[in-house]
Write a protein that binds this ligand. Structure first.
Ligand SMILES: O=C(O)CCC(=O)C(=O)O
Length: 279
Protein backbone atom coordinates (compact mmCIF):
# COMPACT_ATOMS: atom_id res chain seq x y z
CA UNK A 1 0.00 0.00 0.00
CA UNK A 2 1.34 3.43 -0.90
CA UNK A 3 0.87 5.30 2.36
CA UNK A 4 1.64 8.66 0.74
CA UNK A 5 -1.31 8.27 -1.63
CA UNK A 6 -3.55 7.88 1.41
CA UNK A 7 -2.86 11.38 2.72
CA UNK A 8 -4.00 14.65 1.23
CA UNK A 9 -3.52 18.27 2.19
CA UNK A 10 -6.56 20.34 1.24
CA UNK A 11 -6.61 24.13 1.19
CA UNK A 12 -9.93 25.88 1.81
CA UNK A 13 -10.34 29.49 0.76
CA UNK A 14 -13.01 31.43 2.62
CA UNK A 15 -12.82 34.25 0.08
CA UNK A 16 -13.94 37.84 0.43
CA UNK A 17 -16.25 38.45 -2.53
CA UNK A 18 -17.29 41.87 -3.86
CA UNK A 19 -19.25 43.21 -6.82
CA UNK A 20 -16.21 43.36 -9.09
CA UNK A 21 -15.67 40.08 -10.93
CA UNK A 22 -12.09 40.86 -12.01
CA UNK A 23 -11.13 41.68 -8.43
CA UNK A 24 -12.76 38.51 -7.10
CA UNK A 25 -10.92 36.31 -9.56
CA UNK A 26 -7.57 38.03 -8.95
CA UNK A 27 -8.02 37.62 -5.21
CA UNK A 28 -8.90 33.96 -5.64
CA UNK A 29 -5.78 33.35 -7.74
CA UNK A 30 -3.59 34.98 -5.08
CA UNK A 31 -5.13 32.80 -2.40
CA UNK A 32 -4.54 29.68 -4.53
CA UNK A 33 -0.85 30.72 -4.68
CA UNK A 34 -0.79 31.06 -0.91
CA UNK A 35 -2.40 27.64 -0.52
CA UNK A 36 0.30 26.12 -2.70
CA UNK A 37 2.95 27.77 -0.52
CA UNK A 38 1.29 26.12 2.47
CA UNK A 39 1.70 22.75 0.79
CA UNK A 40 -1.89 22.21 -0.36
CA UNK A 41 -2.25 19.53 -3.04
CA UNK A 42 -5.86 20.43 -3.76
CA UNK A 43 -7.61 23.69 -3.04
CA UNK A 44 -11.24 24.80 -3.08
CA UNK A 45 -12.92 28.15 -3.59
CA UNK A 46 -16.44 28.92 -2.30
CA UNK A 47 -19.81 29.05 -4.03
CA UNK A 48 -20.22 32.03 -6.39
CA UNK A 49 -16.65 33.16 -5.81
CA UNK A 50 -16.60 35.51 -8.80
CA UNK A 51 -20.04 37.06 -8.37
CA UNK A 52 -22.47 38.46 -5.88
CA UNK A 53 -24.95 35.85 -4.69
CA UNK A 54 -28.54 36.48 -5.73
CA UNK A 55 -30.91 35.49 -8.50
CA UNK A 56 -30.84 38.98 -10.01
CA UNK A 57 -27.02 38.84 -10.25
CA UNK A 58 -26.67 35.47 -11.96
CA UNK A 59 -27.54 36.64 -15.51
CA UNK A 60 -25.16 39.60 -15.20
CA UNK A 61 -22.16 37.56 -14.03
CA UNK A 62 -22.80 34.35 -15.97
CA UNK A 63 -20.25 33.14 -18.48
CA UNK A 64 -19.69 29.99 -20.53
CA UNK A 65 -17.36 27.17 -19.45
CA UNK A 66 -14.65 27.34 -20.62
CA UNK A 67 -14.72 31.13 -20.31
CA UNK A 68 -12.82 34.06 -18.84
CA UNK A 69 -12.90 32.89 -15.21
CA UNK A 70 -12.37 29.19 -15.74
CA UNK A 71 -9.52 29.78 -18.22
CA UNK A 72 -7.66 31.50 -15.39
CA UNK A 73 -8.41 28.62 -13.01
CA UNK A 74 -7.08 26.18 -15.57
CA UNK A 75 -3.91 28.28 -16.05
CA UNK A 76 -3.15 28.57 -12.35
CA UNK A 77 -3.76 24.86 -11.76
CA UNK A 78 -1.20 24.12 -14.48
CA UNK A 79 1.31 26.73 -13.39
CA UNK A 80 1.28 25.65 -9.73
CA UNK A 81 0.62 21.97 -10.40
CA UNK A 82 -2.23 21.97 -7.94
CA UNK A 83 -5.78 20.64 -8.26
CA UNK A 84 -8.28 23.48 -8.18
CA UNK A 85 -11.93 23.06 -7.24
CA UNK A 86 -13.16 26.30 -8.71
CA UNK A 87 -15.91 26.91 -6.15
CA UNK A 88 -18.89 27.77 -8.30
CA UNK A 89 -19.71 30.41 -10.85
CA UNK A 90 -22.95 31.27 -12.61
CA UNK A 91 -22.61 29.39 -15.91
CA UNK A 92 -24.33 30.34 -19.17
CA UNK A 93 -25.06 27.51 -21.58
CA UNK A 94 -27.28 28.63 -24.47
CA UNK A 95 -30.31 30.29 -22.92
CA UNK A 96 -29.91 28.46 -19.61
CA UNK A 97 -28.02 29.40 -16.45
CA UNK A 98 -26.54 26.96 -13.95
CA UNK A 99 -24.68 27.22 -10.64
CA UNK A 100 -21.58 25.25 -11.61
CA UNK A 101 -18.41 23.91 -10.01
CA UNK A 102 -15.40 22.97 -12.13
CA UNK A 103 -12.28 21.06 -11.15
CA UNK A 104 -8.93 21.66 -12.87
CA UNK A 105 -6.04 19.20 -12.90
CA UNK A 106 -2.28 19.73 -12.72
CA UNK A 107 -2.00 20.00 -16.49
CA UNK A 108 -4.79 22.57 -16.58
CA UNK A 109 -7.28 19.99 -17.84
CA UNK A 110 -10.95 19.96 -16.83
CA UNK A 111 -11.34 17.01 -14.46
CA UNK A 112 -15.01 17.49 -13.63
CA UNK A 113 -17.94 19.81 -13.95
CA UNK A 114 -20.88 19.71 -11.55
CA UNK A 115 -24.09 21.68 -11.85
CA UNK A 116 -26.03 22.24 -8.63
CA UNK A 117 -28.68 19.53 -8.52
CA UNK A 118 -31.00 20.87 -5.80
CA UNK A 119 -31.82 24.51 -6.34
CA UNK A 120 -32.09 26.71 -3.25
CA UNK A 121 -35.79 27.56 -3.10
CA UNK A 122 -36.90 28.35 0.43
CA UNK A 123 -39.39 30.67 2.03
CA UNK A 124 -39.13 31.50 5.73
CA UNK A 125 -41.51 34.48 5.95
CA UNK A 126 -39.97 37.69 7.31
CA UNK A 127 -36.57 36.01 7.48
CA UNK A 128 -35.33 34.63 4.20
CA UNK A 129 -36.92 33.92 0.87
CA UNK A 130 -34.74 32.73 -1.96
CA UNK A 131 -35.70 31.16 -5.26
CA UNK A 132 -32.75 30.07 -7.35
CA UNK A 133 -35.13 28.41 -9.78
CA UNK A 134 -36.27 31.91 -10.86
CA UNK A 135 -33.10 32.12 -12.90
CA UNK A 136 -31.22 28.82 -12.69
CA UNK A 137 -31.71 25.35 -14.13
CA UNK A 138 -30.79 22.30 -12.03
CA UNK A 139 -28.11 19.82 -13.05
CA UNK A 140 -28.74 16.08 -13.19
CA UNK A 141 -25.29 14.50 -13.01
CA UNK A 142 -22.86 13.42 -10.31
CA UNK A 143 -19.21 14.50 -10.52
CA UNK A 144 -16.36 12.52 -8.99
CA UNK A 145 -12.62 13.15 -9.11
CA UNK A 146 -9.80 10.79 -8.17
CA UNK A 147 -6.91 12.41 -6.33
CA UNK A 148 -4.29 9.97 -5.05
CA UNK A 149 -6.41 7.36 -3.23
CA UNK A 150 -9.15 9.89 -2.52
CA UNK A 151 -12.40 9.67 -4.45
CA UNK A 152 -14.10 13.00 -4.09
CA UNK A 153 -17.75 13.70 -4.88
CA UNK A 154 -18.98 17.23 -5.52
CA UNK A 155 -22.12 18.95 -4.31
CA UNK A 156 -23.07 22.59 -3.97
CA UNK A 157 -24.52 24.23 -0.86
CA UNK A 158 -28.24 23.31 -0.66
CA UNK A 159 -27.30 19.86 -2.06
CA UNK A 160 -25.88 19.02 1.37
CA UNK A 161 -29.44 18.85 2.73
CA UNK A 162 -30.09 15.82 0.56
CA UNK A 163 -28.70 12.68 2.13
CA UNK A 164 -29.67 10.71 -0.98
CA UNK A 165 -27.02 12.51 -3.03
CA UNK A 166 -24.31 11.89 -0.43
CA UNK A 167 -25.31 8.24 -0.23
CA UNK A 168 -25.14 7.89 -4.01
CA UNK A 169 -21.57 9.19 -3.88
CA UNK A 170 -20.69 6.78 -1.08
CA UNK A 171 -22.15 3.94 -3.13
CA UNK A 172 -19.89 5.00 -6.01
CA UNK A 173 -16.89 4.58 -3.70
CA UNK A 174 -16.33 8.15 -2.51
CA UNK A 175 -14.40 8.75 0.68
CA UNK A 176 -14.75 12.51 0.60
CA UNK A 177 -17.38 15.09 -0.35
CA UNK A 178 -16.67 18.74 -1.13
CA UNK A 179 -19.46 21.32 -1.06
CA UNK A 180 -18.70 24.91 -2.00
CA UNK A 181 -21.58 26.66 -0.22
CA UNK A 182 -22.94 29.92 1.11
CA UNK A 183 -25.42 29.44 3.92
CA UNK A 184 -26.99 32.57 5.41
CA UNK A 185 -27.43 34.06 8.86
CA UNK A 186 -30.72 32.21 9.45
CA UNK A 187 -29.88 28.67 8.37
CA UNK A 188 -26.11 28.86 8.88
CA UNK A 189 -26.10 28.91 12.69
CA UNK A 190 -28.85 26.27 12.75
CA UNK A 191 -27.79 23.78 10.12
CA UNK A 192 -24.34 24.32 8.59
CA UNK A 193 -22.24 22.33 11.07
CA UNK A 194 -25.09 19.90 11.72
CA UNK A 195 -25.35 19.00 8.04
CA UNK A 196 -21.59 18.85 7.48
CA UNK A 197 -21.16 16.45 10.39
CA UNK A 198 -24.29 14.46 9.50
CA UNK A 199 -23.18 13.77 5.93
CA UNK A 200 -19.71 12.80 7.20
CA UNK A 201 -21.11 10.55 9.89
CA UNK A 202 -23.88 8.96 7.79
CA UNK A 203 -21.51 8.02 5.03
CA UNK A 204 -18.26 7.70 6.98
CA UNK A 205 -16.30 10.02 4.75
CA UNK A 206 -14.57 13.41 4.92
CA UNK A 207 -16.67 16.46 4.15
CA UNK A 208 -15.40 19.94 3.35
CA UNK A 209 -17.68 22.98 3.11
CA UNK A 210 -16.22 26.16 1.67
CA UNK A 211 -18.07 29.44 2.13
CA UNK A 212 -17.36 33.01 1.09
CA UNK A 213 -16.32 35.31 3.95
CA UNK A 214 -19.13 37.20 5.63
CA UNK A 215 -19.90 40.67 4.29
CA UNK A 216 -22.51 42.30 6.50
CA UNK A 217 -23.21 44.93 3.83
CA UNK A 218 -24.06 42.41 1.12
CA UNK A 219 -27.68 41.78 0.13
CA UNK A 220 -27.09 38.08 0.98
CA UNK A 221 -24.94 37.73 4.09
CA UNK A 222 -22.92 34.50 4.03
CA UNK A 223 -22.43 32.61 7.29
CA UNK A 224 -18.77 31.70 6.66
CA UNK A 225 -17.51 28.90 8.94
CA UNK A 226 -15.85 26.89 6.19
CA UNK A 227 -14.93 23.55 7.67
CA UNK A 228 -13.47 20.12 7.23
CA UNK A 229 -15.04 17.15 9.04
CA UNK A 230 -13.56 13.68 9.40
CA UNK A 231 -15.38 10.36 8.82
CA UNK A 232 -16.20 10.07 12.54
CA UNK A 233 -18.10 13.35 12.26
CA UNK A 234 -15.37 15.19 14.13
CA UNK A 235 -14.63 18.81 13.19
CA UNK A 236 -11.00 18.95 12.05
CA UNK A 237 -11.16 22.70 11.44
CA UNK A 238 -13.88 25.33 11.38
CA UNK A 239 -13.20 28.93 10.36
CA UNK A 240 -14.95 31.97 11.81
CA UNK A 241 -16.60 34.44 9.44
CA UNK A 242 -13.72 36.56 8.09
CA UNK A 243 -11.62 35.87 5.04
CA UNK A 244 -9.28 32.98 5.75
CA UNK A 245 -7.20 30.38 4.01
CA UNK A 246 -6.55 27.19 5.93
CA UNK A 247 -5.09 23.81 5.14
CA UNK A 248 -6.05 20.47 6.66
CA UNK A 249 -4.28 17.12 6.38
CA UNK A 250 -6.53 14.15 5.67
CA UNK A 251 -5.67 10.50 6.27
CA UNK A 252 -7.68 7.75 4.66
CA UNK A 253 -6.86 5.32 7.46
CA UNK A 254 -9.41 7.27 9.52
CA UNK A 255 -12.23 6.40 7.17
CA UNK A 256 -11.16 2.74 6.94
CA UNK A 257 -11.11 2.55 10.71
CA UNK A 258 -14.57 3.99 11.30
CA UNK A 259 -16.00 1.87 8.48
CA UNK A 260 -14.63 -1.29 10.07
CA UNK A 261 -15.35 -0.30 13.69
CA UNK A 262 -18.96 0.74 13.00
CA UNK A 263 -19.88 -1.20 9.83
CA UNK A 264 -23.25 0.44 9.14
CA UNK A 265 -22.98 -0.03 5.40
CA UNK A 266 -23.05 -3.83 5.58
CA UNK A 267 -25.70 -3.65 8.31
CA UNK A 268 -28.25 -1.61 6.37
CA UNK A 269 -31.58 -3.50 6.22
CA UNK A 270 -32.35 -2.62 2.63
CA UNK A 271 -34.47 -5.79 2.47
CA UNK A 272 -36.81 -4.30 5.09
CA UNK A 273 -36.62 -0.70 3.84
CA UNK A 274 -37.48 -1.78 0.30
CA UNK A 275 -40.35 -4.01 1.43
CA UNK A 276 -41.94 -1.26 3.50
CA UNK A 277 -41.39 1.42 0.89
CA UNK A 278 -42.92 -0.70 -1.87
CA UNK A 279 -46.02 -1.74 0.15
O1 LIG B 1 -29.72 25.38 2.64
C1 LIG B 1 -29.53 26.51 3.09
O2 LIG B 1 -29.96 26.87 4.17
C2 LIG B 1 -28.74 27.49 2.30
C3 LIG B 1 -28.50 27.05 0.90
C4 LIG B 1 -27.85 28.06 0.07
O3 LIG B 1 -27.55 29.15 0.48
C5 LIG B 1 -27.52 27.73 -1.31
O4 LIG B 1 -27.88 26.66 -1.79
O5 LIG B 1 -26.86 28.54 -1.95
Amino acid sequence: MNQLARTLRIGCIQLKVCANKTENVARALNKIREAKMKGAEIVSLPECFNSLYGTSYFPEYAEPIPGETTNLLSQIAKELEIIVIGGTIPERDGDKLFNTATVWGKSGELLAKYRKMHLFDIDIPNEITFKESDSLTAGNELAIIDVKDFKIGLGICYDIRFEELAKLYRKQGCNMLVYPGAFNMKTGPLHWELLARSRANDNQLFTALISPARDVNASYVAYGHSCVIDPWGKVLYMAESDEELFVVDLELDVSDKVRSNIPIFSQRRVDVYDTIENK
